[in-house]
Design a protein around this ligand. Structure first.
Ligand SMILES: C[S@@+](CC[C@H](N)C(=O)[O-])C[C@H]1O[C@@H](n2cnc3c(N)ncnc32)[C@H](O)[C@@H]1O
Length: 274
């Protein structure tokens, strides 16, 4: 999703004083320390403006959630929305002081674990291994505590196993992931075997992946990938909001879902055991 770069993006993001710089590689095996309570962690990859995960985190206070978004402008929109919805009060005067977020236990985590020093050499080495460009920009990667059980992580996830340890996650959500329609970009799709193997490696036994999209081609590709990896389908529908859908009542809508389903597009949904 291409978004116009927002004016004064850096200054606006800085308003979210709960945000602290991270090295995503150094977070591996340590995400739990960012939350108020030690509870199972669920991750949404590509959360966009965050509506889905915000509702989920409010509905399930006994779970922790990490919402990852690689686009900084979109992350700003997510933070603005969360502040509005939760009525969080960010005082620009407080910006200079780290750790002034009303909910965040992040500064304590930094003090206790000393985990956030950016190791640029390691970040660059990892970037060269995976993609043509550098690892997003390590100095831009940031986490923002939104609720005691929800953090937004502004980072572009290239390799699941570089950022998460074995058994660290309990569930994964992929909503309206970028379709990458050209064959040569298939490995960038978040349901490509390369990613599926990563999700399997970092989730606890019995963990599930839930996937929603309006893009039929991406859905068909994803289901083929699920089958090729022998992932058991627990739930499946080609019309999530269709009449008599068994899933609609339990569904939390994303921004894209609202947009496309209001145009009458069917929404495809599949839940698999990882
Ligand atoms: C099409 S949007 C959908 C947003 C949201 N899930 C929704 O349904 O409204 C996909 C989002 O995923 C983000 N994204 C894609 N790949 C990513 C990655 N590897 N790491 C972090 N964010 C990613 C993009 O920046 C974009 O904002």
């Amino acid at each position: 999703m291409r978004q116009r770069k927002l004016k004064n993006l850096d200054e606006k993001l800085a308003l979210y004083s709960g945000g602290i710089q991270i090295n995503p590689l150094a977070m591996k095996g340590r995400w739990q320390a960012l939350f108020e309570k030690e509870q199972p962690i669920y991750m949404e990859l590509g959360c966009g403006k965050g509506q889905f995960i915000l509702k989920l985190a409010q509905a399930y206070p006994e779970r922790n959630f990490i919402a990852i978004e690689g686009n900084r402008s979109v992350m700003l929109r997510a933070l603005e929305k969360a502040s509005r919805v939760l009525n969080l009060d960010y005082d620009p005067e407080e910006v200079a002081r780290p750790g002034r977020h009303p909910h965040t236990p992040l500064p304590q985590a930094v003090a206790e674990h000393g985990m956030f020093a950016v190791d640029e050499d390691k970040a660059m080495a990892a970037a060269q291994e995976y993609e043509e460009s550098k690892w997003s920009t390590a100095e831009d990667d940031c986490v923002y505590a939104v609720l005691p059980n929800l953090i937004f992580a502004n980072m572009y996830l290239r390799s699941v196993t570089d950022c998460f340890a074995e058994d660290e996650l309990t569930g994964i959500y992929l909503n309206f992931s970028d379709p990458w329609p050209k064959d040569r970009n298939a490995k960038r799709r978040l349901t490509h075997t390369r990613y599926l193997k990563g999700y399997q490696a970092v989730t606890k036994p019995g963990a599930c992946l839930e996937f929603k999209t309006d893009n039929e081609a991406l859905f068909r590709f994803s289901v083929e990938e699920f089958d090729a990896n022998e992932l058991e389908k627990l739930e499946y529908t080609e019309d999530l909001h269709g009449e008599g859908s068994a899933y609609e009542s339990a569904n939390y809508m994303t921004e894209y879902e609202q947009k496309f389903s209001s145009k009458g597009n069917p929404i495809y949904y599949c839940k698999v055991k990882l």
